[in-house]
Design a protein around this ligand. Sequence first.
Ligand code: PEP
Ligand code: NA
Ligand code: MN
Length: 586
Amino acid sequence: MEVLPSFLKGKLSPIMETRLLKLRNVKLLHFLEEAVDLCEPESVYIVEGTEEDISEIRNRALLTKEETELNVKGHTIHFDHALDQARAREDTFILGDRIPFVNTKPRKEGLEEVKSILKGAMKGRVMYVGLYSLGPVGSPAQILAVQITDSPYVIHSENILYRNAYREFEGDKDFLKFIHSKGSQDVKKRRIVIDLDGVVYSVNTTYAGNSVGLKKLALRLTLNRAVREGWLSEHMAIVGLEGSNGVHYVTAAFPSGSGKTSTSMMGRLISDDLAFIMGIDGDVRAWNPEAGVFGIIQGINSKDDPIVWKVLHTPGEVIFSNVLMTPERSAYWDGSGLPEPEKGINFSGEWWKGKKDDQGKPVPPSHPNARFTVSLKSFDNLDPNYDNPNGVKIDAVIFGVRDYKTLVPIAEAFDWEHGVVTMGASMESARTSAVIGKQDEMEFNPMALLDFISVPLGKYVQNYINFGKRLRNPPKIFGVNYFLKDGDKYVNSKEDKRVWLRWVVERLEGRSKALETPIGKIPLYEDLRRLFGEALGKEYSEKDYEAQFSLRLRGYKEKYERILDIYSKIDTPKDILHIIERQIQR
Ligand code: PEP
Ligand code: NA
Ligand code: MN
């Protein structure tokens, strides 16, 4: 492969040509051929991931006006179309057989449709080719991925969020494939099409949840593969909690906007969003597929989120999306605790205090799903093992929900199966702004990944159970809820998370006891009183305990009846149904 194939003639500079040919990767050439024929770009840019490359891509994002520089060095702002601000369920399809809970389309029809929209979409534009590794290079969790896009913003984001791995592509290695075009930004023609053979197409969207292929689009592919291969690809943070006997790493699943990023700031940060989890020699080990954070910014303030606050106010690479840019070119967002500016630029264009949209509704200064994109390396609490090819050993698994009415703040499962089924697979959570739809409605969202499920749910849950059965000593499982209310009032403050996580560590180390109840094991008042004092210097009364840990049994029973109903109607193994039935009986 010394000569350039004809489909690339005239599209590569000499430097780019050398970069590509040096890899001798025929599979990569075939993928480029498909993308070039389809999208008809003017030229092709191969991203090697050198420092010059990274700053060149950043400059191009500024030149195309996809990003604008802010007044802190390295900070930029990006805006998505006002109607393109979140995960787009209605426009996202998995190709092939029907899978309950997600949209599917016959393969031929789906491919024809998205390809007709992508046809010629990159005319007059540069096609960028990003080469990355999900998971640390050289780890059992390494999965290579190629992003093709005509958006420098998308590649800029991926250079921050993922591990550039140009060299790993030498030879004929396999990789996941992502083709994205910002298209004409016509939201009506937005399509995200997932071919489980390993290709994702996305067009007429720039919101990173839909355009940055390696995040939630890759999750559909890796989840499907994990179920086939007997490991777990999860929507989970990974965090190290210090105990008396050293650091205990835990994984934690929460629906978007329900405490995942803040939980990952409570200890040593490995991951804030995704985890590859494998059984190695009878232990559970986990890796972060990502190398950065694409986090929700609303509500981030200096008091509750000191670590993130510092990251967002220190020079260095940060992309803000859909926050307000003030006339001084600084970023403002709702819930920051700072006074609201009089005017600025936001996702709706020019913005002023009191602005209303077409329907007469007030336009907030920052979008509720506004975000920040930043490297893990910017965080003071980054764990040195974040890029360790051996991953970290997992001692506990947390399943968290946003439930205002019923679930206690924390409970421990009786065993692996009980936790997987009655905590993870039974998650129901109030909808947040990360998803288009009515806010605060309760949604069934097992393991916080219903949107990403790419195999039948029963099969997915069975794989989870089997995974634990093969382990020497399965991790303890905990269910948490940071959002319980008594009437209109939250029964906990934000910082109380610290106490629940301390309780997790004490349970692992055998220093706190637990009370067996029908729904699992809950903390004792004496332990919590001690932990509230130790962790927060707070008094903790029996009245607090009662408000938090009285079991709202009617609510629990109704919840598990709903869950049983859902699983009974799909193809669920009988043993799983029995675990739910036993919970209801208890
Ligand atoms: C998304 O799906 O929009 C996304 C980027 O993930 P999350 O909301 O979980 O951060
Ligand atoms: Na990178
Ligand atoms: Mn997420």
